[in-house]
Design a protein around this ligand. Structure first.
Ligand code: F6R
Length: 365
């Protein structure tokens, strides 16, 4: 039921504030993340020494964000693996590994196989899944459900942002259990997470601007997304959203990596989307933006309101998300890119909800 929306994708984009609140709020107690319902306590978390996160596609991009924040705050080493690679490489994994599998459907064949591989080697497996009672949810040792609700559009939106939310919750709880953050920091970060739904709502209310940008750019042949750190993870997901529903070739690059090859593809008029939400990396990434503008690129910058002035000299267009503690601005920063991809697809006349060659749940290997 599209409830008056032209496409499920737009409906699901706009459901994100609700989905994010549903994923977070019932698990917050006295200002802290509570996993009693999941069956994971602080003593168990304190014993974790290494983590492997396994997923495919959009869920893999979410896992990448998980790696950044877990390593930064909990100081536990995290490997992120594409499920279809992990399962065939005789992975080095044993009972000392804490494995997280991330899957919206819980039925992705490669992710199921990777989960079984990890379990057969003695690892403990936590699933972050959306579909209740799915194969992955049933076979994992524990499940942290995202509460996105039914996602119908093939291009994942609300499932992705709720996966991010689940990973932030896990990372902060782990960081506190490991002594990586103080109680005060923990409470501040959790309180800030609780603002994400309303911030997401503000981004959605601003969608006309992105619609306008999309209508100016839907004839592009190739678009590049760049960012550093957490912004690189968002660039990967933004790029995937565009290519899967608009069929425009697009690539994501870590800002510092551009000059090692990809910059050869930038020419007069090439659209580059630069994700610049992280204050400590903006200056470094701005120099990458200048590398492309000096070759004639047109640059759309996604940033926080507080950093607008820093980027205005290099940006042809600026899209802002509400201010937040930097590492938590990541969740809302994908929404403008989802909306941009959506309108690019609409304007090109593509089948937004059912893009060619793609299935919602990939149950083949
Ligand atoms: C892209 C998309 C896919 C899925 C991938 C994994 O928008 O939806 O890349 O993320 O096929 O699916 P799940 O999460 O169901 O395992």
């Amino acid at each position: 039921e599209k409830a008056g929306y032209p496409h499920f994708m737009l409906k699901e984009i706009e459901e994100q504030p609700r989905a994010l609140a549903d994923t977070l709020n019932p698990r917050v107690k006295d200002g802290e993340i509570n996993f009693d319902e999941i069956g994971i306590d602080d003593a168990m978390l304190a014993g974790i020494r290494k983590i492997t996160i396994i997923a495919c596609g959009t869920a893999y991009h979410a896992s990448y964000v998980g790696k950044y924040i877990i390593e930064r705050f909990a100081r536990v080493p995290v490997e992120v693996e594409i499920a279809s690679e992990f399962r065939y490489k005789n992975p080095i994994i044993d009972q000392d590994n804490f494995v997280i599998v991330v899957s919206q459907s819980g039925e992705t064949a490669d992710t199921i196989a990777a989960l079984r591989e990890a379990k057969s080697r003695g690892a403990f497996v936590l699933a972050i899944a959306n579909v209740v009672g799915s194969t992955i949810a049933r076979e994992a040792d524990k499940v942290l459900y995202t509460r996105a609700g039914l996602e119908i559009a093939v291009a994942s939106t609300k499932a992705y942002t709720t996966q991010l939310m689940a990973l932030y919750m896990f990372a902060l709880k782990l960081a506190y259990a490991k002594g990586g953050i103080t109680k005060e920091e923990y409470h501040t970060y959790v309180a800030e997470l609780q603002k994400v739904p309303e911030n997401a709502e503000k981004v959605i209310q601003n969608k006309e601007l992105l619609q306008k940008f999309a209508y100016e750019h839907f004839t592009e042949h190739s678009v590049f997304y760049i960012g550093r750190g957490l912004d690189y993870a968002m660039a990967m997901e933004g790029s995937l959203k565009l290519k899967e529903i608009s069929y425009i070739h697009s690539e994501a690059y870590a800002g510092g990596e551009l000059k090692h090859g990809t910059i050869a593809l930038v020419e007069e008029g090439t659209l580059v989307v630069a994700v610049l939400t992280q204050g400590d990396l903006i200056e470094k990434c701005l120099s990458n933006v200048k590398e492309v503008t000096s070759r004639g690129a047109v640059v759309m910058v996604v940033t926080q309101e507080k950093y607008q002035d820093l980027v205005k000299d290099v940006a042809d267009k600026i899209v802002t998300v509400p201010d937040a503690i930097d590492f938590e601005a990541t969740i809302t920063s994908i929404i403008p890119m989802q909306i941009f991809a959506y309108y690019m697809s609409v304007q090109k006349g593509c089948d937004v909800d059912k893009p060619r060659n793609l299935a919602k749940s990939v149950t083949v290997e």
